[in-house]
Each structure stands twice: as structure tokens, then as C-alpha cells.
Design a protein around this ligand. Structure first.
Ligand code: NAG
Ligand code: NAG
Ligand code: NAG
Ligand code: NAG
Ligand code: NAG
Ligand code: NAG
Ligand code: NAG
Ligand code: NAG
Ligand code: CU
Length: 583
């Protein structure tokens, strides 16, 4: 009797403290190591604490996460972004350099500290221009004691998929945004990886059900993923629980995640291949000998063969637009603010190829945008002060915001919004041109649209995304192909700037400001660092000027090609001239 009374007492007065809220701390010393994950090239790679692959971050919903970063790279700045985390109240912990923080220069340190209040499968990566494909990217898993699927599986397995380059990003970026690459052809990866290796065996026990958390941590290539003779049941997409849906093949763009349940067979008679296959439509030229596939096995019996994957006739992935969030959140049908982004690729006056939203290519401001918000008082609501090349949009509080993105480019692009998951209310097929709402399109909007944080827009197609501006902060919206971030396919959402000031004015931690001192970055004023006249942007960072009137992009391309051909010709002559004479 006393015991059960005590039990009631406990449950009334002590239950809240049983909801765990631990602090989880990681100390990350970021530095160069060597790695050779595809067995074809040992290359300098960015590791953590002397190791690569870098460790997964694993927390439980509700935890306080502290990541102490020390930059020991010696020759590059760094930062960390926690992809998909809402950072509600902590926009200064989001990670993109020149947006919510300064560079962490070589020798510098920086503490990320925020509450993780959402379950699911995420990842973390550098948000310095072009850096993460050199290795600084890994899983970020938020466990959920209250997961609606927790009784449906026995074990969890994290699997990352990635493309991989043998050359370092610094050199690849220099030749990508270059007059000698006027068409903007992206460097093609050398190989595909699963869990930063190839030929991975996964020990499977018969009869068990596994939750596979799959993450594309690549730079560029989307991957088709399938498990031979095993059906996947999708239960989570980008951190949002979904109603279970069966799928035989998934398509994971760079930065997308899926959790799927896979039930093992009862017999151990055979092992089964699984494959990640890079979407070669993305590659302008497919180099001879490229193996776009990475293979692994569900290993039921170690002593049996690991069969080569069967060739498949066609890629027919599950259409993620069919997913329904488990909470069935209804369509936001009344839009308060609609933003149209017209995407194109084009050349600027320096002859290189850039990516544009509404004819503006992103160039980072001198003052991180968040610090402009915090240092300009009531003028923070004036979009002009954020500069001419940041594609800034002011969002006011608690509105339904719509982003209409028209892809005027023959490429596929995975778009990501920081700080939110969005409803995907419409996604067109290929080659339909700009979005134009009509009654048949609107009546086809899903009642409970899929929500996620990264979505593919098809070639010359369009997407319509909606979210509620309930998270004051400075949030990037960008293509998650790292080449396109470098060529400027980025917009800045400045959500409720006066509320950001209320949350964070005077509260930016000293180590964040010290990072600015070390990297010689101003922390006040408009995009140009002007604190006196906020409308005076002289000295701001700007894109190269447009191609001079009278020249056509095609003309420049032809001119460059003939110059390049002449240069190659000369180089060949010089090279022959220098070759030692054979006796
Ligand atoms: C930085 O250091 C690494 C490792 O020593 C080296 O491979 C890389 O080329 C350097 N990068 C630059 C930009 O100098
Ligand atoms: C992290 O932030 C929380 C909340 O602001 C604070 O209480 C805690 O002391 C911080 N932890 C560290 C290690 O700075
Ligand atoms: C894949 O790597 C993650 C860490 O990134 C690890 O937790 C997981 O166990 C690995 N999966 C397999 C099947 O080895
Ligand atoms: C494995 O055996 C169990 C129990 O007999 C049965 O319920 C289940 O359907 C079987 N699974 C498969 C994949 O055949
Ligand atoms: C990769 O997989 C696809 C699909 O099965 C197949 O068509 C292709 O031949 C494979 N490539 C290699 C190099 O094995
Ligand atoms: C609405 O737009 C779609 C796509 O542009 C088009 O296929 C369809 O015919 C249009 N319907 C009406 C009723 O105009
Ligand atoms: C942020 O927190 C506020 C207040 O707790 C809440 O109303 C809002 O929905 C949250 N937004 C996100 C994106 O988590
Ligand atoms: C900010 O705006 C106010 C009111 O529009 C103006 O009087 C003031 O000069 C502005 N501040 C700066 C630093 O430009
Ligand atoms: Cu892109």
C-alpha cells in the first residue's frame, strides 16, 4: 500500500524530472589527416581529433548539445552547421559563415551550444564555402524515446551515402568558377561511398527488423538506393515522421535523409547486395571508367558469398511527394507572403559562370547578416542595409510564407531552407517552365503535404513551398549542390529581425566575437560595415559586373574556347620542347 502510494507520489511529482535533459558535449579538434576511402587515392582529408570518418553526433530529444570546435587546419577557416536543426532561439549557433557567424580562422575556437528539441536523422557539416566535401561532414542523430515507430524495430543502423573526389575542393573550386569553364560544368566525382567506404558488410540477424537511417552527405550527386529482395518502409523524411510507405528504391539528393524499416528474412541461406548509384544526369560529361555505384551487403552468413548486384533495367524511385507526415499537419492554404525565385545560370563580365536568383548571384557580405540585424536597431527591417548581393527577404512574424522557385535551368537542384521544414505543396514535372497557379493545380495541393528541409526541383520545372515564420533568425535558402553554393545560388531569409534583437541583443557569446577579431571581420553596421549611414553600401562585396553590352554569353564562350584551345596548343608545344630528347 505504502509502496503504491509512493508510486503515485513519484509519478505526480517526479515524472517531469524523468524527461531527460542531459548536456552532451563533443570536443572537436578539426585538422588534416590522410584518407583513401575508395582505395584509389590517398588524399589530405579534413578529420576530427586525428580521425576520419568523423564521429556521428548522437543526442536524445531534449538534450543540450555543446560542440567545442578548435580549428587546427592551419591553412583554412572553418565552421559547423547542423543541417535540419531549427535552432529556435539560437540562430547564432546555425553555422554559416558571413550569415550567422564569422569564420573560425586557423588557431581559433568556437563553441556551439543549443537545445535539440526535435527527433530524427540529420547531419552536420562545414558551412565555409566549398569545404565540407573535403571530409568535414557526418551524421547527426536525435533519438526519440517517444518515437511512434519504436516498437516496430529491433535495431538502428546509420548509413551515409556520398560522392567522393580525389582532388581537394580548393583547387576544384578555382577551376570551376573560372573563365576557362564558361559553361559552368561541375567537377564530376571520382567515386561513390557508403559510410565513407566501399563494399560495406552489414551484419543482419534473421527475423529482426532494422531502422536504417540513410543520409546523403555528398557534395553534388544524388543517389538511387535499393536493397535487393528487401522492401523498405519509409517512416521518416528529413526529421519528419511519416505515415509508413513501402518503397523498392529511393532517390536521395545531396542533404536528404530517409529512415526506413527493413525486416530481415528468416533464413540465413544467402546474403543480399544493396546499391547506391549516383544520378549521372547531373554530370555534364561522364568520364570513361567512372563507376557511379557503390555496393554493400546485408550479411546473413559471413561464410557465404557476397553476390554482385544484379543490373537493373531502369531507375524508378519512390516519389517523395506521396509522403504524408504522421502528424497530418494541414495544408497552409492562406498565404501571407509569397516570394518568387527565378533561377538561372549565366556568365558575368569575368567570363565565369554563376548561378542567380532573380538576376542576383549571392556574394557574402562583409558583416555577417545576423550581426547587421543586431547592430542596426529599428533600421534592421530595411532590406537595403543587407547589401546588393545577398538576395535578402524580410519575413514578418507568424506569417505563412510561400517560396515559388522557377528553375530556368536544365539541371536538377536540391533546395534547402535553414531553420524550418517546409510543406511541399506543388512540384512540377520537367520542362513545364515557370509556376502559374490555376484552379486545377491548386485543387491538387495535398491536404497534408509532405514536410522536409531539402527538396529536388526538376529540370526547367518549379516547386512551391510553404512554412510559418515562427522562428526568428537569419536563415539561408540555397541549393545543396556545393558547386552551386560557390557560384551563388543562395538567398537570405531575415525572419522577424526585431524579435531576433529581443532574443539576442548583447548576448552573442564572447568566443563568437573573438572569432571575428581573429578573422578580422567587422561585427556592426550594414553589409559593407558602415555604421554611420546604413544606406551607404560603398565598399560592400559585390559580384563581377555583367557582360558588357553588345557581347553575348555565347560569344564569350566561343572566345574563351578559342583562347583555351590556343593556350592548350602552346602548352603542348612548350611541353614537347621541354621533354628530354630520346637518344
Ligand atoms: C592545406 O593543407 C593541406 C594539408 O597539408 C594541403 O593538402 C592543402 O593543399 C592545403 N590547402 C591550401 C589551400 O593551401
Ligand atoms: C549552454 O547554454 C545554456 C543555455 O543558455 C547554458 O545554461 C549553459 O551554461 C551553456 N553551456 C556551456 C558549456 O556554455
Ligand atoms: C556507419 O557509420 C556510422 C557512423 O557514421 C555508424 O554509426 C554505423 O554503425 C555504420 N554502419 C555500419 C553498418 O557499419
Ligand atoms: C519469419 O517468421 C515469422 C514467424 O514465423 C513470420 O511471422 C514472418 O512473417 C517471417 N518473415 C518472413 C520475412 O518471412
Ligand atoms: C551501376 O548500376 C547500374 C544499375 O544497375 C548499372 O546499369 C551499371 O552498369 C552499374 N555500373 C557499373 C560500373 O557496374
Ligand atoms: C493548369 O496548369 C497546368 C500546368 O501548367 C496545365 O497542365 C493545366 O492544363 C492548367 N489547367 C487549367 C485549368 O488551366
Ligand atoms: C519556435 O519556438 C516557438 C515558441 O516556443 C514556437 O511557437 C515555434 O513553433 C517554434 N518554431 C520552430 C520552427 O520550431
Ligand atoms: C535608422 O533609422 C532612423 C529612422 O529612420 C534614422 O533616423 C537613423 O538615422 C537611422 N540610423 C542610422 C545609423 O542610419
Ligand atoms: Cu544546384
Amino acid at each position: 500500500m505504502t509502496f503504491s502510494l509512493y508510486g503515485i507520489f513519484l509519478s505526480i511529482f517526479w515524472l517531469p524530472s524523468l524527461v531527460r535533459s542531459d548536456t552532451v558535449t563533443y570536443d572537436f579538434d578539426v585538422g588534416w589527416v590522410y584518407a583513401n576511402p575508395d582505395g584509389a587515392a590517398n588524399r589530405p582529408t579534413i578529420g576530427i581529433n586525428g580521425k576520419w570518418p568523423i564521429p556521428p553526433i548522437v543526442v536524445t530529444k531534449g538534450d543540450q548539445l555543446v560542440v567545442n570546435v578548435k580549428n587546427s587546419l592551419g591553412n583554412e577557416s572553418t565552421s559547423l552547421h547542423f543541417h535540419g536543426l531549427y535552432q529556435n532561439g539560437t540562430t547564432h549557433m546555425d553555422g554559416p559563415v558571413s550569415v550567422t557567424q564569422c569564420n573560425i580562422a586557423p588557431g581559433g575556437s568556437f563553441k556551439y551550444n543549443f537545445t535539440v528539441d526535435q527527433p530524427g536523422t540529420y547531419w552536420y557539416h562545414s558551412h565555409v564555402r566549398g569545404q565540407y566535401p573535403d571530409g568535414l561532414r557526418g551524421p547527426f542523430i536525435v533519438k526519440d524515446p517517444d518515437s511512434p515507430h519504436k516498437d516496430l524495430y529491433d535495431e538502428e543502423i546509420v548509413l551515409t551515402f556520398s560522392d567522393w573526389y580525389h582532388d581537394l575542393m580548393n583547387g576544384l573550386l578555382a577551376s570551376f568558377v573560372n573563365i576557362a569553364n564558361p559553361s559552368g560544368a561541375e567537377p564530376v566525382p571520382n567515386s561513390a561511398l557508403v559510410n565513407d567506404t566501399q563494399n560495406l558488410g552489414i551484419k543482419i540477424e534473421p527475423g529482426k527488423t532494422y531502422l536504417f537511417r540513410m543520409i546523403n552527405i555528398g557534395a553534388f550527386a544524388a543517389q538511387y538506393v535499393w536493397f535487393e529482395d528487401h522492401t523498405m518502409q519509409i517512416v521518416e523524411v528529413d526529421g519528419i515522421y511519416t505515415e509508413p510507405k513501402d518503397a523498392e528504391m529511393l532517390y536521395l539528393t545531396a542533404a536528404q535523409r530517409y529512415s526506413v524499416l527493413i525486416t530481415a528474412k528468416n533464413s540465413t541461406n544467402a546474403n543480399f547486395a544493396f546499391v547506391g548509384s549516383m544520378d549521372q544526369d547531373l554530370f555534364d560529361v561522364v568520364p570513361d571508367g567512372l563507376n557511379a555505384n557503390v555496393t554493400g551487403w546485408l550479411v546473413y552468413d559471413d561464410t557465404k558469398d557476397k553476390p554482385a548486384p544484379k543490373e537493373i533495367a531502369a531507375f524508378e524511385p519512390f516519389d517523395d511527394f506521396e509522403l504524408v507526415p504522421q502528424d497530418k499537419e494541414g495544408l497552409y492554404d492562406k498565404v501571407d507572403q509569397s516570394i518568387t525565385l527565378d533561377l538561372k545560370m549565366d556568365n558575368l563580365g569575368d567570363g565565369a559562370n554563376y548561378a542567380f536568383f532573380n538576376d542576383v548571384t549571392y556574394v557574402h557580405p562583409k558583416v555577417p547578416t545576423l550581426y547587421t540585424v543586431l547592430s542596426t536597431g529599428e533600421n534592421a527591417t530595411n532590406p537595403i542595409i543587407y547589401g546588393s548581393n545577398t538576395n535578402q527577404f524580410m519575413l514578418s512574424e507568424n506569417q505563412v510564407v510561400e517560396i515559388v522557385l522557377n528553375n530556368n535551368d536544365p539541371g536538377k537542384h536540391p533546395f534547402h531552407l535553414h531553420g524550418h521544414a517546409f510543406q511541399v505543396v506543388h512540384r512540377s514535372e520537367d520542362e513545364v517552365g515557370a509556376y502559374s497557379a490555376n484552379s486545377s493545380i491548386i485543387s491538387a495541393f495535398p491536404k497534408s503535404p509532405m514536410r522536409r528541409d531539402t527538396i529536388l526541383v526538376r529540370p526547367n520545372g518549379n516547386i512551391v513551398l510553404r512554412f510559418r515564420s515562427d522562428n526568428p533568425g537569419v536563415w539561408l535558402f540555397h541549393c545543396h549542390i556545393e558547386w552551386h553554393v560557390a557560384s551563388g545560388l543562395v538567398a537570405t531569409m531575415i525572419e522577424s529581425p526585431l524579435s531576433i534583437q529581443k532574443q539576442l541583443f548583447g548576448k552573442i557569446p564572447q568566443d563568437h566575437l573573438d572569432a571575428c577579431t581573429l578573422s578580422k571581420t567587422p561585427t556592426a553596421g550594414n553589409a559593407a560595415g558602415n555604421t554611420q549611414n546604413l544606406l551607404d553600401l560603398s565598399g560592400e562585396n559585390k559580384s563581377p559586373p555583367p557582360i558588357p553590352a553588345g557581347f553575348e554569353a555565347r560569344g564569350i564562350v566561343a572566345l574563351v574556347f578559342s583562347c583555351v584551345a590556343a593556350f592548350v596548343g602552346m602548352a603542348v608545344i612548350v611541353w614537347y620542347g621541354m621533354a628530354p630528347m630520346k637518344a
